[in-house]
Ligand binder design. Structure first.
Ligand code: V47
Ligand code: SF4
Length: 398
C-alpha cells in the first residue's frame, strides 16, 4: 500500500477520534495545521498514526529520496563564556585546563587535511570566547575560501554572531553583510534550544534570546542566503513549548523562505548540569520527527542528525518524516560524544551511509549544502572500482 492509500485508510477508520481525523483530512488536502492541533498531535497522536501522516508529506515532497552530504567539522574551542545547563561540551573559562583553544593556523591546518577528500562543506561551531571576535572569523573565512574556493562554509550561530557583533558595535544587518563578504555561505541551526523564555531562562540564560536568534536569521535571509534551525527537545519543556518553538520558525519562514532544514536535537544527559533529567524514548523521538514534518509545512527538509541518535533510529526516522541524515563527518565533532550520544567516534563512509539508507528502501542522494545533487546513488553498487570513481569525482570538480 502506498502512502496515499494508507492516509485514506486512516481517515476512514471510525475508531479514530474527531480531532485526529480532522487533522488527517487537513494533511490529505495539503492544509496547514493550527497551534492547538500541534499540541493535540503531541498529546494524543500515536506513533502509527503520526507515521502515516508524516510519511505522506515526506513522500509528496521528496518521494523516497534521502539526502546526505560529505562534510567535516571544526570546533574552535570548548571554552565558553556562557553556561548552558544542558551543555556537556563547554568548560567554563575557570576550567581552562580541560579545554582547547585552536589558533587560526590550527584551523587552517584542519582544512588542509581534507585537501584530497571529496568533502563539499566545512561546519564550524564551538564555544564563545572573546579572542574569537569578528575580525578573527572574517580572516578565517576568507583564508579558507582562498585555500579552497569550492568548500562551502557553514559557520557559527546567532549565539556567536550576537556576541561578536555587540563587541564590534555593528548591527545585525551590517554584521551579516560583512560575514557574507568574508566568505560565509550558510548558517547552521544551533543555539535555538527552546525559544520560550519560561524554558530558555532556565537552561540557556544570558546568551541570545529567541527574538535575537530569529532576527539574525532574518537578516541573513534578507541577503538571499540560507540557514537551518534546530530544537533541543526532551528535557524540561512541555509539549506546547515545542509547538511554540516551531510556530515562531514557521512564521519567519513564511516571511523569508530562507530556512532549508529543521533538525530536532534529542537532549542527551551525560556529564552536564541536567544529568538528573531522563532522556526521551525512541518512540518519543520518532513522534517528534513526525510532528515536526507535519507542523513545519513550509520547511523543505527535516534532518535526523545520526551522530546524536543511533544509526538504527536514524534509519527508522526515514519512515517518520525525515529526508536527510546529515553528513559523513569524521570524529572531529565532540559536542555529542561528550553529551552521551551513541556514536563515540562519529564517522561513516559514503558507502556505509548509502547502505544504511538503501537497507530501509530509500533512495540515497549525496547533496551539497544547498541541496544540489552531487551524486545519485540509486543504482550504484560499491565495487572497489566504483568506490574509487565516486571518491574521486567531486575532487576533480574543486
Ligand atoms: O545549539 C548541546 C545542541 C547544538 C547538547 O545546521 C545538545 O546542519 C543534545 O546545531 N544534548 C549545536 N544537544 C549543533 C547543531 C547542529 C548539529 C548538526 C547539524 C546542524 C546543521 C546543526 O547542539 C546546540 C545545542 O542545541 N546540544 N548540548 C546535549 N547535551
Ligand atoms: Fe556555550 Fe554553546 Fe555550550 Fe551554551 S551550548 S555553554 S553557548 S558552547
Amino acid at each position: 500500500m502506498g502512502s496515499d492509500d494508507k492516509l485514506k485508510w486512516l481517515i476512514a477508520d471510525e475508531t479514530l477520534g474527531p480531532e485526529l481525523r480532522s487533522i488527517a483530512v487537513k494533511v490529505s488536502r495539503g492544509e496547514r495545521i493550527s497551534f492547538a492541533e500541534g499540541v493535540t498531535l503531541f498529546e494524543k497522536g500515536e506513533l502509527g498514526y503520526l507515521g502515516v501522516l508524516a510519511n505522506y508529506i515526506r513522500e509528496k515532497k521528496h518521494g523516497n529520496v534521502t539526502y546526505f552530504n560529505r562534510n567535516f567539522h571544526i570546533e574552535p574551542t570548548n571554552l565558553c563564556v556562557y553556561d548552558c545547563k544542558f551543555c556537556s561540551y563547554s568548560r567554563l573559562i575557570k576550567e581552562r585546563d580541560q579545554g582547547w583553544e585552536a589558533t587560526m593556523d590550527d584551523m587552517l591546518n584542519t582544512v588542509s587535511k581534507y585537501d584530497q577528500e571529496p568533502v563539499t562543506e566545512v561546519h564550524i561551531v564551538g564555544g564563545v570566547l572573546p579572542q574569537y571576535n569578528m575580525a578573527f572569523y572574517m580572516e578565517l573565512f576568507s583564508k579558507i575560501k582562498q585555500h579552497r574556493p569550492n568548500l562551502h562554509i557553514k559557520a557559527l550561530t546567532p549565539v556567536e554572531y550576537h556576541y561578536i557583533f555587540k563587541k564590534a558595535k555593528v548591527d545585525y544587518a551590517m554584521g551579516m553583510q560583512m560575514m557574507k563578504e568574508a566568505g560565509l555561505e550558510s548558517m547552521p541551526g544551533g543555539g535555538a534550544e527552546i525559544f520560550h523564555p519560561e524554558i530558555r531562562e532556565q537552561i540557556a540564560k544570558d546568551k541570545c534570546n529567541a527574538e535575537q536568534w530569529l532576527q539574525i536569521h532574518e537578516e541573513w535571509h534578507k541577503l538571499g542566503m540560507h540557514s537551518n534551525a534546530t530544537m533541543l527537545y526532551g528535557h524540561i519543556e512541555k509539549f506546547w513549548h515545542r509547538v511554540d518553538h516551531m510556530e515562531r520558525l514557521r512564521q519567519l519562514q513564511d516571511k523569508t523562505g530562507g530556512f532549508q532544514t529543521f533538525i530536532p536535537l534529542k537532549f542527551r544527559n551525560q556529564d552536564n548540569q541536567m544529568s538528573h533529567v531522563p532522556e526521551s524514548s525512541v518512540v518519543e523521538d520518532l513522534r517528534n520527527y513526525a510532528i515536526s514534518r507535519i507542523y513545519l509545512d513550509n520547511f523543505p527538509h527535516i534532518k535526523a542528525y545520526w551522530a546524536m541518535i543511533s544509526r538504527d533510529t536514524a534509519q527508522l526516522s526515514l519512515g517518520f518524516g525525515v529526508d536527510d541524515i546529515d553528513g559523513t563527518l569524521d570524529d572531529t565533532t565532540k559536542i555529542y560524544s561528550m553529551a552521551g550520544a551513541e556514536e563515540k567516534n562519529p564517522g561513516m563512509t559514503t558507502q556505509q551511509l548509502v547502505e544504511l539508507i538503501k537497507a530501509v528502501g530509500r533512495h540515497p542522494v549525496e547533496r551539497d549544502t544547498l541541496y544540489h545533487v552531487i551524486t545519485d546513488f540509486k543504482e550504484v553498487e560499491f565495487t572497489d572500482e566504483k568506490k574509487q570513481i565516486y571518491y574521486q569525482l567531486p575532487v576533480l570538480n574543486q
